[in-house]
Every structure is written in C-alpha cells, then in structure tokens.
Design a protein around this ligand. Structure first.
Ligand SMILES: C[S@@+](CC[C@H](N)C(=O)[O-])C[C@H]1O[C@@H](n2cnc3c(N)ncnc32)[C@H](O)[C@@H]1O
Length: 377
C-alpha cells in the first residue's frame, strides 16, 4: 500500500475528529472559518461577494465543514476526504446541525476536480501527505487569484514527546493500528508516573486522548511531517504563496516574552526570524495555524472621505454583545464607551458612516481594527 492508501485505511478505522454530533447548529463561533471576517482582516474591508466557493480539503468528520457552512450561509462548501467512514459522519453531522450548503465527496485533495475556490480550509491534513509541498501547490492552483487559505501544520518542537512515543510504538511493532492503540495505552500505564512522556500526556492530552481516534491520531500516524518556522516559511515560498499571518497571533507576539533592549533587538529582526525566536524561547506550540494567499494582498487604508462612505456591518460574532465589555473576533477583551455601544447598535449594514454620524472617525477606525465592525466599500 502506498502512503495515501495507508492514510485512508487509518482514518477509516479511526475517523477524526471524534467530536460528538449535536441536533442543533454548531456551538459558538470560529472567526477562522468566516469569510467576511478573514477578508476584512486581510483586505481591510468586507467582501462584496458572499456567495463564494469554499473547499474544505481533508475535512475528516466534518467538524470544521459544518462551521464553514453555518458561518457562510451564502457559500457553497465542497468537503473532500480520503475516508468514506469520516465522510459519512460529516454528512450526518451537517444534516443534524441543519447545515445544508456542504457537499461531501470522497477523494484525494491531490485530485480534486478543477475548481476555483475563494477560500480553502486545510486543517491538519498536508502533514499527512507523502509530499506536503506538492499538496500545497495543488491547492494553490485551486484558489482564485485573490483567494485565501487557512492551514494547520504540525510543529516539531511542541511535539517532541509525541514523536518519541510514536517511534517507541513503531519499534514495538503492533500488527495494526487497533493493536497499536492497545499497546500505546498499556505502555503509558506501565511507564513510571514521573516519566516525561507520561507527564506530557497527562498534562496536555489525557482528556482528548480518552477517545481512541484521538489517541491513534496522535501516536500511531502512518505519515507525519513536522515543521519549524524556517521549514514552514520555505514550504509556503516554494508553493509560490504569501504568508498573511498566524490565526493565533497572540502566541507569536515577541512582546509577551521580551522587553527593553532585548525586545528592541528582536523587533529589528526580519519577520521570520522573529517568529523563530518566539518558538525557540517558548517551545510549546505543537502546531502552526495560519493564513496564506495566492498573491500578496494589500490592506485597504481608507482616507477619511472614503471611510465616511463605507457601510459598517456589525461583526456576526461579538462575545457578550450587547455590552460595554465585549470580546472581539479573536477572543480578546475590548471595553467600549457608551457612545460606541450606541453606534454599534445603530450599525445596520444599510447606513453609511456619514449617515450614522455618531462617532469620531478615529473611533470608527479602532472598532474596524478590532473587527467589531466590517466596513463595506
Ligand atoms: C487529522 S484529520 C483532520 C480532519 C479535519 N480537517 C479537522 O481538522 O477536523 C486528517 C484528515 O485528512 C485526510 N487526508 C489525508 N490525506 C488526504 C488527501 N490526500 N486527500 C484528502 N484527505 C486527506 C484524512 O483522511 C483525515 O480525515
């Protein structure tokens, strides 16, 4: 069996993720899967077109696909995966959640029928390909010229203990993945309680890994490539893509680790080296989650006259809204003044900033920066 067939067999035995199916719309909100929020973040304005095409490449059991469908109700989502078993769960998940704009198809992302997607979500998939770089290049070709892609890839540093346990289990030579799970669980029970691999599992993953499919996904992978910041940026560049930003940006802020002269030195580094410094000094991230684009994007910076002509739409998700203390798209707390609350309440997606005429423009800009409003041009 080649790598693709082995990966397919693996996920047919242990479809992933094992998130339960609910008879209700998906819980909460994830901005990474909202086209209008991602577009506003990187383009600086709300997209004109909402009826877009989205590809969920390697959708697994459709956990992300249901959010893509739910949070982008005018879009059509094609969710592709190697595993029939996972796709069956995905179909049922969406049906039970009342999400009807997702179509699930069996196949390899390397062979997706030519399409032009405005947005591609490829989470936890490319690192299971024999050649992730080839996979990324194929996906790049599927994007519209101005399209964006959300990626999630493993990091070598934060998965050190996982990689050690994976290799140990390979040496113990389980007959198949099911026996591998049994052997792995036995191994964790047998090792001393203060063993570093046992401690790592207990402190970070024990809850998730109660599910056999999560345990297998972590310790019994048939194929896995892990990255460093440098090899990640090489991968992106070799695919001819542009890095837009991490989708967990707070982790990558060197300011949370350094100050004074050391911070000044770090800030003078090129972007890639600065991120490398973060992962060297805080080697806990087990993955990279990021947005890339097919072409470099320039964020629109409206003049005052242009800003007055925009139509502000309140962000589809504002945690704790309506309130003076809210959570922005990226789950950061923001305190609003009473006039700002009033202004946000008045944002109906119809009146322009000039028509609303309620708030100084610098405050409108601040609310737009926090993506509490998305500005339609
Ligand atoms: C760890 S799961 C991630 C599932 C989902 N994206 C998520 O984050 O919840 C990896 C998935 O990638 C799929 N996969 C791996 N290689 C693939 C390929 N070449 N084409 C399509 N799917 C693939 C596997 O079948 C598996 O369902």
């Amino acid at each position: 069996m080649d790598v693709t067939q082995r990966v397919q067999a693996f996920y047919n035995t242990y479809p992933y993720p094992p998130e339960p199916l609910l008879d209700m719309p998906p819980l909460g909100w994830n901005w990474r899967w909202s086209w209008q929020v991602v577009h506003s973040l990187y383009y600086g304005y709300r997209p004109e077109q909402m009826a877009i095409q989205i590809l969920d490449a390697g959708c697994g059991t459709g956990f992300g696909s249901q959010y893509l469908g739910y949070q982008n109700p005018q879009a059509q989502i094609l969710a592709v995966d190697l595993s029939d078993v996972a796709l069956e769960v995905g179909r049922e998940r969406c049906q039970r959640a009342g999400v009807s704009n997702v179509t699930f198809e069996q196949g390899s992302l390397l062979e997706v029928c030519a399409g032009t997607y405005d947005f591609i979500n490829c989470v936890g998939v490319l690192h299971h390909l024999a050649d992730p770089s080839a996979g990324l290049r194929v996906l790049r070709e599927q994007l519209t010229p101005g399209g964006m892609m959300h990626l999630f890839l493993y990091s070598a540093q934060g998965r050190r203990e996982i990689a050690l346990m994976q290799e140990a289990l390979r040496l113990l030579a389980p007959r198949d993945v099911t026996e591998g799970v049994a052997l792995g669980r036995q191994l964790f029970k047998t090792l001393p309680a203060d063993n570093p691999l046992v401690r790592f599992e207990r402190e970070h993953w024990a809850m998730d890994n109660k599910e056999d499919s999560s345990f297998a996904d972590m310790y019994l992978q048939v194929q896995e490539t892990c990255y460093t910041v440098h090899s990640l940026f090489d991968l992106i560049e070799q695919a001819g893509m542009t890095f837009l930003g991490f989708s967990n940006p707070e982790f990558w802020q060197i300011e949370r680790l350094l100050s004074g002269d050391l911070l000044a030195r770090a800030m003078a580094l090129p972007e890639r080296d600065r991120y490398r410094l973060v992962e060297l000094l805080d080697p806990t991230a087990n993955h990279y989650e990021l947005f890339v684009a097919r072409i470099p994007l320039t964020s629109w910076q409206p003049t005052d006259a242009e800003l007055l002509q925009t139509t502000p739409h309140r962000c589809p998700y504002i945690g704790y809204w309506p309130n003076e203390k809210v959570i922005n798209y990226n789950y950061q707390p923001v305190t609003l003044t009473p006039p700002q609350v009033q202004w946000l309440q008045a944002c109906d997606g119809v009146q322009t900033v000039a028509e609303l005429n309620l708030l100084p423009l610098n405050e409108v800009r601040a609310l737009a920066r926090d993506l509490l409003v998305l500005l339609a041009r």
